[in-house]
Design a protein around this ligand. Sequence first.
Ligand code: SAH
Length: 349
Amino acid sequence: MLAAETLSKRDIRKLKAEELKKFFIDHGDKPFRATQVDEWLWKKSAKSFDQMTNLSVATRALLKEHFVINHIHVDKMQRSADGTIKNAVKLHDGLIVESVLIPAEKRITACVSSQVGCSLACKFCATAKLKRQRNLSSDEIYDQVVAIKEQAELFFNRPLTNIVFMGMGEPLLNYSNVTAAIEKITSQKGLGMAMKRITVSTVGIAKMIVKMADDDVKFNLAVSLHDAIDETRSSIMPINDSNPLSELGAALRYWYQKTKRKVTYEYVVWKGINDTEEHVRALLKFCKIIPSKVNLIEYNPIGDGEFRQAADEVLNMYMDLLERNGITTRIRKSRGKDIDAACGQLANK
Ligand code: SAH
């Protein structure tokens, strides 16, 4: 009974400002209530109508009668020995995604999901094994950021400083919801965070990179490259078959022409896959297409034993050759590995 009732009510956050104003007028109240409610819903991230204490009890009851707030719930929280927090986030329809808080000396980063599961089938990634179930709504993306912002304040007494779209899913296959969420996150009516603190990571869908450039987006772009030779890249990332490196390179050139902004390449070095100088040279050549930097990510095993991280000497070879040629290169150690919160481990357990 209650559940059916809840299902029939509209999610108040799906209403346009004008619709909410009209709702209040139709119910004999003042239109500016809509502004108050909007502030509660976004800026103050209210999770219930009862939190809206500057509204009368009668107004709150009216809202409860007509609407629900379909915010996410942190269903389970795990803390790593290194401070990383992994959240299993329950959506209003019961599906689960994961989001991660990553503390560092100078920053606290939220790593958020954009889809339930993923359709890309990268061979080395745990999320790929889940298949894509649906896109997240912009509210569900926003709420993950809010949840982590609250945890940053509660557990670290520090503000959330950065957001990376490196959780589950491919953000550019859910582009309109991702950009709508980012708009709210950066708006003064939302969380007021700076665009330059936000990074969207993509498997490298060329036509979407072109679209982002045309849309003149202001957030940062990261591309999961992992190899710069088509044959190898296709063997580990099936998307490369329909979206080869030549197209990716052309899209990136367009991106740089339009935005004048660097790209970051994410790259894992695996034993027997891309651990020879030929692969480093190919990467170096790809890096020359537009100004870029490289993050060499530590591989996080996903339990099938098929992929293994290359030896440190190989990483050093990458580092030396790239740096000597003017490409800023960093080795990124994993965080939250003990709780399966590291890159590519989401949904492992
Ligand atoms: N679909 C987007 C967002 C996911 S980001 C993208 O592909 O960029 C997750 C990052 O972790 C990607 O760079 C991905 O290639 C990388 N990754 C996936 N599985 C991994 C693993 N097992 N170990 C280390 N990195 C992994």
